[in-house]
Ligand binder design. Structure first.
Ligand code: FES
Length: 235
C-alpha cells in the first residue's frame, strides 16, 4: 500500500500562503490541495494520486485565517469523490484542522476510512438562489488585496452579521480583479452595477447604512467630481 498525507487549504484567504504550504508539504513528504479557490482542487488531487498508484490518503485541513471554514467539508468532498468514481482508495480524515504551516505529519491513529457518500454536496435548501436584496463582490485581486481587501471583507462580514443581514439580505463573495484597480480596495454591488472604491474597513458601517437606506452617498465610482455613478463596462 502506498500512502500519503494530503494537506488541504480551507479558505480563499489561505491562497496567499499556498506556495509556503506546497513547500512544507514537500519537505514532509506530503502533498497539498485546496478546498476552494485557486489551486489544485481536493477532488482533482485525489484523482491524480489515485492514478499515480497511491492507495491510502490521510486528509488534513490547514487554515491561516481567523475565520475558518469547517474542516468537515473536506470529509464531504472526499466521500462524494469516493462515491461517484467507485474508487478503491482508503481515505482517512482528521476532523481538526492545523492552524498555520504544519510542522510535522499529523497522526492518523484511530481514524477510520471514510465511507463513500454521493449526497454530501447537495441539500434541498440549496436548490434556488436566495431572495436577497443585493450581492456584494469584494475584490481579492492583487491590487485590492495589497491595499486591505482582507480587512474590508472581514469588516463587511462582521457588520452584516451584527445587523442580521448576512446571507438573509446580503450575499458576500470574494472575487478576482473587478477592473477599476486604481480605486482599490474595490467592492461591487449587484444587481445595481455600481462599483465602490476605495472602500476601507473603517468605511464599512457607513457603506452598510447606504445599502439599507438605498441612498448612494459613499464613494460610488464617478467619472469626475459631482458626476453620477459610473456604469463601468462598455465605454
Ligand atoms: S485588483 Fe481589485 S479591482 Fe483590480
Amino acid at each position: 500500500m502506498t500512502s500519503l498525507t494530503l494537506f488541504v487549504a480551507l479558505t480563499y484567504a489561505d491562497a496567499e500562503h499556498w506556495p509556503a504550504l506546497v513547500r512544507r508539504a514537500r519537505e514532509l513528504g506530503a502533498a497539498a490541495a485546496v478546498l476552494q479557490g485557486e489551486g489544485p482542487s481536493l477532488a482533482d488531487r485525489l484523482s491524480r494520486l489515485s492514478g499515480e498508484g497511491v492507495t491510502a490518503v490521510h486528509l488534513v485541513g490547514v487554515t491561516f485565517g481567523a475565520h475558518g471554514v469547517p474542516a468537515s467539508w473536506i470529509g464531504r468532498v472526499a466521500r462524494w469523490w469516493l462515491a461517484v468514481g467507485e474508487r478503491e482508495m482508503t481515505v482517512l480524515f482528521s476532523p481538526d484542522a492545523v492552524r498555520g504551516l504544519p510542522s510535522a505529519l499529523p497522526s492518523a491513529d484511530g481514524l477510520r476510512p471514510l465511507v463513500p457518500r454521493e449526497g454530501g454536496l447537495t441539500n434541498p435548501t440549496w436548490q434556488d438562489a436566495p431572495p436577497v436584496r443585493c450581492h456584494l463582490l469584494v475584490c481579492r485581486g492583487p491590487r485590492c488585496t495589497a491595499k486591505g481587501a482582507e480587512r474590508v471583507i472581514d469588516a463587511l462580514g462582521a457588520e452584516l452579521y451584527a445587523r442580521g443581514m448576512l446571507d438573509d439580505e446580503v450575499l458576500l463573495t470574494q472575487t478576482g480583479c473587478l477592473f477599476p484597480c486604481n480605486r482599490a480596495p474595490v467592492v461591487a454591488v449587484q444587481p445595481d452595477m455600481v462599483w465602490h472604491g476605495p472602500l476601507r474597513a473603517e468605511d464599512v458601517p457607513a457603506f452598510v447604512d447606504e445599502l439599507v437606506s438605498g441612498e448612494r452617498t459613499l464613494r460610488a465610482l464617478t467619472t469626475g467630481p459631482g458626476e453620477p455613478a459610473a456604469r463601468p463596462g462598455i465605454p
